[in-house]
Each structure stands twice: as C-alpha cells, then as structure tokens.
Design a binder for this molecule. Structure first.
Ligand SMILES: *[C@@H]1O[C@H](CO)[C@@H](O)[C@H](O)[C@H]1NC(C)=O
Ligand SMILES: *[C@@H]1O[C@H](CO)[C@@H](O)[C@H](O)[C@H]1NC(C)=O
Ligand SMILES: *[C@@H]1O[C@H](CO)[C@@H](O)[C@H](O)[C@H]1NC(C)=O
Length: 744
C-alpha cells in the first residue's frame, strides 16, 4: 500500500492477548510482492464475511465448542427488509454461554456478530451483551430498520435486567446488567440505522459504556418532520470512550451525550445536539448543518454534590451552517465557573448566535465568521495562581504544524478496515502455526510470520490468546488488539513504538481500538486469586515496568487506547478489587507528530503520562486515575528502582496523571484526571483531597492546556512539583476545571 519501506518495530514482552480479532497492516517489506492495493472486486462482500473464521476464546470453559464469530444469517436472519429479524439477531448474539443478566463482566466469552449487506427489520432492542462487537459489511453497510411497531429503549443496547422495564433507563443500578463504569469492550461498526418508519419516539443506540468501546462508520436516518421524536444516540452515564465517523440525519435530538469523559471525532449532525451532563468532552471535527441548536448544554451547579450538569466542552475544528444557535446553555455562567467552554477554529455560516443562554442573553454573537479561540471559564497563566473568569476571545491556541492537515485542522484518520481488500490479501496467524490457545508459546511462529509477510499481506490475528516470551517486531498499523503481560513481569515494557510515518503520509504509523489491559483478565495470572486487594500477593503482582513507550524517533497516531492496570478482576464474579503494580503508563519521547485521540492511562505507580523531551503532540481527551492504594506506599514504592529515579517522575505522595519535562509544542485539548481513593478509602472524595498534586510541568516546556478537569486533587497544576492552581478556585460540579492554562 505504501511505496517506501519503514524501519518499524513494536515490541511485545510477556503475553500478547489477542482477545478479539486483530489486523496488523504490514509496511516495510522485505518480501517479494509488496501489497500495493486491495484485490476485492466490485460485487465482493467485506473480507470479514468469507475469511476463514478460526477465532477461539482460549479461556472459555469450552474453547473448542465456543463460537466467537457469528454471521446473523446463520442464525436465521433474512435481511430482506420485511421479515422481523430481531429474534435471529439476538440468538446470534446470545448463543453460547455469554455474559448477560447476573454477569458484570468477563473476558472469556467474546463475540463478533457479523451482518452481511441487507436490511434487517428490528421490532425490539438488540441486546448487545458484554464484549460484543456488532460489525456490518464495510463495503455496503447493512441497514437496521426499526419496524413501525418498534418499542424499547433503542435498536441497539438494552442492558437492563427485566424485559418489562427496559423502556425506563432510570431504574437504578440493580436493574442493569452491567455497572455503567465497567461496561468495557464493545463496538458497533458499519451500519445504517433507520428509524423513519416509527411514527412515535425511537432511539438508534443506547450507549451507556466505558473505556475500550467505539462507535464508527454509522449513518443514522431519522425523520425530518417537525415534532418528530427520534434520537440517534442516547448516552446517560458511563466512563468512555471514543466515537467517530458518524453521520446523523434528521431527528429531534441527534445525540444525547452524558458521560464523564469522551472523545468525539468526525461526526456530522444534520439536526440538534443535546448534551445532558458530563465532566469533560472533546469534540474534534464536528459538522452541524440546519439544526436549531448545535450544542444544547444543560448546566448544573458548581457544588460537588449538587445537580451535575455539563462540566466542560472543548470543541475544535467545527463547521456550523444555517443553525440559529451554535452553543446554548440552560442558565448563564455564574461569573465564576459553571459550564466551561473552549472553542477553537469554528467556522460559522449563517449562525446568528455563536454562544447564547436559553431565553437569555447572547454571550457571543455569530454570523458568518470564524471563531479563532474563545473561552468561558477560568483562564490561568504561568505561575500565577489567580485565574481570570473570561467570557471572550483568548490568545490563539498554539498548535504544532506537524499535527495539522492541509486545511489547518487537527489531522484525523479513521480506523482502517481494509474494505478494498479480499481474503487472499490476508494471512491468518492461526493458519501459519500460531495457536493462540493461551498456553502454547507462539513467539517463534509469530516472528516467522512477520518476517515472511510484512509488507506483502495484512496479518490477521484470529481471536485468541497468543503467548509471547520474547520480543516480536510488528509492522506499523495496528487495529483491534489487546496487549498484556502474564505476570509477574516487573521488568516488561509492553509496547515499544519505534516507527515513524514516511514523509507525506501522516498517520501511517498508528493504532486504533488497541488497548493495554494489564492483569485482571483470564490467563494473566494477575487476578483476584493471586492478587487480592489486601496486597498479600506481594511480588507475584508486579505486572510491568512501562505500558507504552513512544521512542524519540517515532511518530504515532493513536485513536481509542486504554492503558489500564486492572483495579478489579473482570473474570471473578463480583468484580473483586485487586492490587497489582505497574511502574509507568505512557512515556513519550517522540519528536512528533503524535496524536493521542481518546486515550486513557490508569493506576500506574509513577505516572500515567510522561512527556520527556517530547515535541509536537496533540492530546485530547486524556483520562487518568491514580492507583487506589496510594499513598500507601508512595511512589516509586513498591518498586525498588535500580538507578536514581528521575525527579520529574516522582509524584508528591501519589502518581502524576501527567508530568512534562523539557517538551515543546504540546497541546492538551481536554483532560480528565481523577483521584478517587486514599489507601483504598473513599472518604477523601467528600473533602476533595485524595491527592495533593496531579499535573506537573517544568519551567521550560512549551505546553498549553485547555479544559482540564481534575477530581479530588487539591492542586490542579504544579510547576516543578510546587502547587500553583488550587482546585478549590475552580469548582465545576464533580470536577474542578481549569478552562485554559498557558505558559505566558
Ligand atoms: C434485577 O433488578 C432487580 C430490582 O432491582 C433486582 O432485585 C435483581 O437482583 C436484579 N437481577 C439481577 C440478576 O441483577
Ligand atoms: C444515570 O444518569 C442519570 C441522569 O444523570 C441518573 O439520574 C442516574 O442515577 C444514573 N444512573 C446510574 C446507574 O448511575
Ligand atoms: C469522516 O467520516 C466519514 C464517514 O462518516 C469518512 O468517509 C471520512 O473519511 C472521515 N474523515 C476523516 C478525516 O476521518
């Protein structure tokens, strides 16, 4: 596909658990027939339909009988737009012993539910059980057609435990299959969702999800009639997540977005958006046409226990046309902080009000114009601990040219799905000697496959768990992979990223929907049995040294990545808390360009993110949590470093969410840095002092930070480990928000 070769390597140490299907696109060929283009013919289906389906769930109680890949037509779905396919699709999803009612989570029963092209009539919700990917034909996406009689919370995504109560989303935790903050590992891709036959209310997707989830390449078709009651996406809770590449047509509400953190990229709304509550969201590349209101923000109050409304919206590179109001808040901002907003590069055409208040004042007049940089909220500079409440233009948000596309927007690249390729363009690692059964050492087989086929084939990991005992070098484009260690592995660097885009090929080295899930899962040996929360597991519970390392010569486009040291065991009923130790989350020394779009890093001892001498990064939104056991012990304990610890990495009593040393041209556009525990005790939440300091900068790095939300940290920003900005000056519901911080 690419003309010049790359020196590329991505190192896996310990265990590589490919729990879902994985494709690794090869670059840097030494093979004789480089893959330059796909060979699918015009009428061919998507390669996923006919490629050999050899995935297994290695730790299922019946690995040889359990079916990972399910084609809905094999379960009786007709797809002719007439027959009611609801029961057949739900049978395809639920076949085998899956994780539904009474099961909070598991990693031993994954499913890929595939829909060939066609039109599938649906009359009640499709119940997408835990760890389900719903994937349509990417060449000719299938339609999910709501029957005129459709009833239920949404076409996709009923997670409630009683069929008689599914229509009411507010029945409380007990009514739900899954804890909303633990609803991981799901994706919906390549569909048209059509509600137009329903005359009453209907919703496309109910999406109450957490990390390691995605929506992508979906078109919603809804009524354009006045007074219609259609809604594309309904999200009322959760702890996400990434979604992108959606087109939402018609409807009363395009999407209701309530979640504590989310990144949205490349979504077109041809109707209103209503965001009900959230702590912090980043919207990149949103297009809004012909809506009444673009963003309709329901604002709460600023007390941490009060009515939580929208916390902080960070919107970059939006294009808004023929819409009376771009952003509207339910009440005015209170002259202190309430409803933080950051706008950058917003192109308005016939939008009379850019920012307004419902039944109230115009805060920012619109028209046909471009808003460069504008903020509502507390704006800080340098080491001045006093912010200025601002409702107005701010200095232009600095962006490294290397992270921009030719139109001057933040560059974006969709998750590659290889729709133009046919099964003959792929090699399956399972067909070439790798077992993926969770106990065979697959290192030699995988090394041989990469050596032979890199650059000539797309290398396909059938679902499975592939044990790796030595470094494997992986080419430059990775999707749908999970990396982990089989513990203990105190010295492991799980993924070392050494690859750089060729000139003129932004985003050629990248990872999409690829996660580091460290411990807490079947086969890891780092579970409740070995590592209970008491800490009695001791030395057996060291999971890694470092999760992801972007080396100085690398570039990286990373979209949808969760670097999670597990805090609970996904495969033990009751989601038992566990105590594991990971040294570090994400270290970047890259000179860029680096895009970290919708990434998270949680529970690592020293830091979640460290930018050391790094340059030219765009980061939005980044989410972190501090280890629950800290400050008992304080970093770097319980690790015993063999050399002096870099002072920039040493937190004050607890890990840094982000620490920055000698870095240049860094933009953080949206962050959610949380600290919920003090030695496993949550009493500190009431007093908002679970951690002293959480974000550390040196005095020389050129970095600017917008829409920074922290929870239960006393200080929000420190310089050289001296607290500068106090959270108590920025109350904004559950979080404290710094709307903007710049060096000068
Ligand atoms: C379903 O919800 C009811 C009502 O809250 C609860 O009593 C019951 O335990 C729930 N069932 C499961 C399996 O969670
Ligand atoms: C979900 O969000 C709604 C609206 O904020 C809230 O009333 C409800 O309690 C939440 N449910 C859960 C399970 O957190
Ligand atoms: C945006 O999404 C559309 C599909 O909705 C896709 O065709 C397009 O390539 C995407 N653009 C980018 C920059 O990701």
């Amino acid at each position: 596909m690419f003309s010049r070769s790359l020196r590329n390597a991505l190192l896996g140490a310990g265990t590589l658990l490919g729990l879902l299907t994985t494709t690794v696109h090869s670059l840097g060929s030494t093979c004789s027939t480089p893959l330059t283009h796909g060979s699918a013919a015009a009428g061919d289906p998507f390669w996923r339909q006919n490629i050999a389906h050899q995935g297994i769930a290695a730790f299922n109680s019946n690995p040889s009988g359990y079916q990972v890949f399910r084609n809905v037509k094999d379960f009786g779905a007709i797809g002719d737009g007439n027959a009611d396919d609801t029961a057949a699709i739900n049978a395809a999803i639920s076949s085998g012993s899956r994780c539904g009612e009474g099961c909070d989570s598991t990693t031993t029963a994954p499913a890929i539910v595939y829909f060939p092209s066609g039109s599938y009539k649906v009359s009640t919700p499709l119940i997408a059980l835990y760890q389900t990917q719903l994937i349509g034909d990417a060449r000719n996406p299938p339609t999910l057609l709501a029957a005129p009689s459709f009833s239920g919370i949404a076409l996709i995504g009923k997670f409630y435990n009683s069929t008689t109560h599914y229509a009411d989303p507010y029945l409380g935790d007990n009514w739900q299959y899954y804890t909303n903050q633990n609803n991981f590992f799901r994706s919906v891709r390549n569909f048209v969702i059509d509600l137009r036959q329903v005359s009453g209310s209907a919703t496309g997707i109910h999406w109450q999800v957490s990390q390691a989830t995605s929506l992508m390449n979906i078109v919603f078709q809804m009524s354009t009639a006045a007074g219609n009651q259609h809604q594309g996406i309904f999200m009322e809770n959760g702890s996400g997540g990434f979604l992108g590449d959606l087109v939402i047509n018609g409807g009363n509400i395009g999407a209701t977005f309530g979640n504590q953190q989310f990144t949205v990229r490349n979504v077109t709304f041809n109707n209103p958006i209503n965001a009900i509550w959230n702590w912090g969201w980043t919207f990149q590349g949103v297009t809004i046409n012909n809506a009444q209101v673009g963003f309709d923000l329901s604002i709460g109050d600023t007390s941490s226990t009060g009515n939580q409304g929208v916390g902080a919206e960070a919107i970059i590179d939006a294009v808004v046309t023929n819409t009376p109001i771009f952003v509207r808040s339910s009440i005015p901002s209170n002259g202190h902080l309430q409803g933080s907003i950051v706008l950058n590069n917003i192109k308005l055409t016939n939008v009379p009000i850019a920012v307004g208040v419902k039944n109230g004042a115009t805060v920012l007049a619109g028209g046909s114009m471009t808003i460069d940089s504008w903020a509502q909220g507390n704006v800080f500079k340098g080491t001045n601990s006093a912010g200025t409440f601002t409702q107005g233009n701010i200095a232009s948000i600095p962006k490294a040219p290397a992270v921009l596309d030719s139109a001057g927007r933040i560059f974006g690249k969709s998750h590659p799905q290889y729709a133009d390729y046919s099964p003959s363009d792929f090699v399956s690692v399972r067909s070439h000697g790798a077992k993926g059964d969770g106990h065979t050492d697959d290192t030699a087989a995988l090394q041989a496959i990469f050596a032979q086929y890199a650059g000539c084939k797309i290398i396909f990991f059938d679902a499975g768990t592939y044990i790796v005992s030595n470094t494997i070098n992986i080419p430059a484009e990775i999707t749908d992979m999970i990396f982990t260690t089989k513990g203990p592995a105190a010295g492991a660097i799980i993924v070392e990223w050494n690859v750089h885009d060729p000139a003129g090929q932004q985003g050629a080295a990248g990872a999409w929907d690829t996660h580091l899930i460290i411990g807490g899962i079947a086969g890891s040996g780092l579970q409740a049995a070995q590592c209970p929360s008491s800490g009695s597991g001791g030395n057996s519970c060291f999971a890694d040294y470092l999760g992801l390392h972007l080396t100085s010569g690398s570039s990286a486009y990373i979209e949808g990545m969760w670097v999670w040291l597990a805090d609970h065991d996904l495969d033990t009923p009751g989601s038992a808390q566990i105590t594991l130790y990971s040294g570090r989350g994400v270290l970047s020394e890259s000179q860029g360009p680096v895009w970290l779009i919708g990434t998270a890093s949680e529970h690592h001892v020293n830091y979640q993110y460290f930018l050391r001498g790094a340059a030219n990064h765009y980061i939005g939104l980044a989410q972190t949590e501090t280890p629950y056991f800290q400050p008992n012990p304080v970093p770097p304990s319980p690790f015993i470093p063999s050399t002096n610890v870099d002072p920039a990495t040493l937190g004050v009593g607890a890990a840094w969410a982000l620490t920055v040393q000698n870095a240049q041209n860094i933009l953080v556009f949206g962050a959610g840095f949380y600290s919920f525990f003090n030695n496993y005790n949550t009493a500190c939440q009431g007093t908002q002092n679970c951690q002293q300091q959480i974000l550390n900068l040196d005095s020389v790095s050129t970095i600017s930070i917008y829409s920074l939300n922290t929870v239960d940290a006393i200080s929000q920003i420190s310089v050289n480990a001296n607290a500068v900005i106090s959270g108590s000056s920025n109350p904004n519901g559950f979080s404290n928000t710094v709307t903007a911080w710049t060096r000068n």
